[in-house]
Ligand binder design. Structure first.
Ligand SMILES: C[S@@+](CC[C@H](N)C(=O)[O-])C[C@H]1O[C@@H](n2cnc3c(N)ncnc32)[C@H](O)[C@@H]1O
Length: 399
């Protein structure tokens, strides 16, 4: 795994099979229009140029790092050497504001039974309310102010802001945008790993008597440590010459494809792995987007969502089939072959429409290349269970 981030609906396990289907398409660039964590782009890498698109900004950052960056990520030793001083200075400034909350959080961590844990947590909430009123001494304090003791702990939130501060101060002096991007991805990965969630940010877990020790364990994890470890595990795909000619987009696919009609170079193949449930990705990965945008969003709902969350018709039962039809029609108009992944429990099927029929409307040669039994990770999303067994269909349309 190139960035090591587990992702809802990822095709990592099927990527090799998909890449073999793509291998039989016309030569030229492939555009993965719902690229997520880019498992298919990685699997076809080097055999052709890879273009990616995803509407979520963190997914876009991942695609740029993997497919277009010219510099390799820094490794942990170099990061510790170059970034630690700025990190420690920023952490010190933030802890002067959040001292009482940090102390209260230590008491929460030390609680040996649930009653004590709950009592210390109430003290922590009062302390946090006071700390949030104080004027913050430094520019980067978003996570401390807005997310302390939610998905992440107070200390963890301060660490995130302090790492962001260090990334930005190095960017102002000598670091490259590529390096800053790799570091932000490693930071996002560590944030996801330490958070009290089922693997995404739809909402955070409320500690109960049965799980408060797990909660304490997660809260004790150090972001700086996880961040360094993560930085040793992220890697670009292919060589820098190949990466120079790839492209990355951050658009709604249904708007992007018609725009490509005006371009001289067009994708030879479009790979589409659209959302297939009514779970909007913007609800699941918003904290990663906020890490990239760092724009102090007004938060709403149980999951502290961003106000500008994108909503896709692919995740609306009444509109999913029309969205798929527009996607397939635009691909055909571009003269691209299309490879489509769609599971048998997807919304288009539930609306009574067979994706094969949609492909036949726009493509001369259409086939079901594979139908594979596959365990989908739902991360306890709206369907409840962590894995659901479905048949994953892989369709191909050629003009
Ligand atoms: C099923 S996931 C793709 C997973 C990817 N194939 C992988 O292996 O990681 C769908 C992706 O589509 C993105 N997305 C949803 N609606 C979109 C739209 N209208 N345009 C572009 N991207 C969209 C989501 O952000 C999500 O990353």
């Amino acid at each position: 795994m190139s960035v090591g981030i587990s992702y809802m609906g990822t095709k990592r396990e099927l990527a090799t099979t998909v890449s073999l289907v793509i291998a039989d398409c016309q030569p030229g660039p492939i555009l993965d229009v719902f690229s997520g964590m880019c498992s298919v782009g990685e699997a076809v890498a080097q055999s052709r140029q890879v273009w990616t698109n995803d509407i979520q900004v963190f997914a876009y950052e991942v695609a740029q790092a993997l497919f277009t960056s010219q510099e390799h990520p820094l490794r942990s030793q170099a990061i510790a050497d170059r970034y630690y001083d700025d990190f420690a200075l920023a952490y010190g400034k933030l802890s002067s504001v959040y001292g009482s909350a940090l102390e209260a959080e230590d008491a929460v961590m030390a609680a040996s039974n649930f009653d004590e844990f709950e009592r210390e947590r109430r003290t922590l909430n009062v302390a946090l309310d006071c700390c949030r009123q104080v004027a913050h001494p430094q520019k980067f304090h978003l996570f401390s102010k807005q997310y302390s003791d939610t998905f992440i702990g107070v200390r963890q939130a301060l660490e995130i802001d302090a790492i962001v501060t260090s990334i930005n101060s190095q960017l102002e002096s000598s670091a490259s945008f590529d390096h800053a991007r790799w570091l932000t991805i490693a930071l996002g990965r560590s944030m996801l790993r330490v958070s009290n969630t089922t693997g995404h940010f739809a909402q955070y877990l409320q500690p109960k008597i049965g799980n408060f020790r797990t909660f304490q364990r997660q809260r004790k994890r150090k972001i700086w440590q996880e961040f360094l470890e993560g930085s040793d595990e992220v890697n670009p795909v292919g060589n820098s010459l190949w990466r120079k000619n790839n492209k990355t987009f951050n658009s709604d696919t249904l708007l992007l494809l018609p725009k490509l009609l005006n371009e001289e170079e067009r994708p030879a193949v479009i790979y589409a792995d659209p959302p297939y449930t009514n779970d909007q990705y913007s609800r699941y990965y918003h904290l990663l987007d906020t890490l990239v945008l760092y724009d102090y969003p007004t938060m709403t709902g149980k999951g502290l969502y961003r106000p500008d969350r994108f909503s896709t018709n692919f995740s609306l039962k009444a509109k999913a089939a029309t969205a798929m039809d527009s996607l397939v029609q635009s691909s055909a108009q571009l003269g691209s072959d299309i490879v489509l992944s769609y599971p048998s429990n997807g919304l288009v099927y539930s609306a009574g429409i067979d994706p094969l029929e949609i492909l036949k409307r726009h493509y001369g040669t259409v086939e079901v290349c594979h139908s594979i039994g596959h365990d989908h990770s739902t991360f306890g999303a709206s369907k409840g269970s962590a894995k659901s067994s479905v048949v994953e269909m892989i369709y191909r349309g050629r003009l």
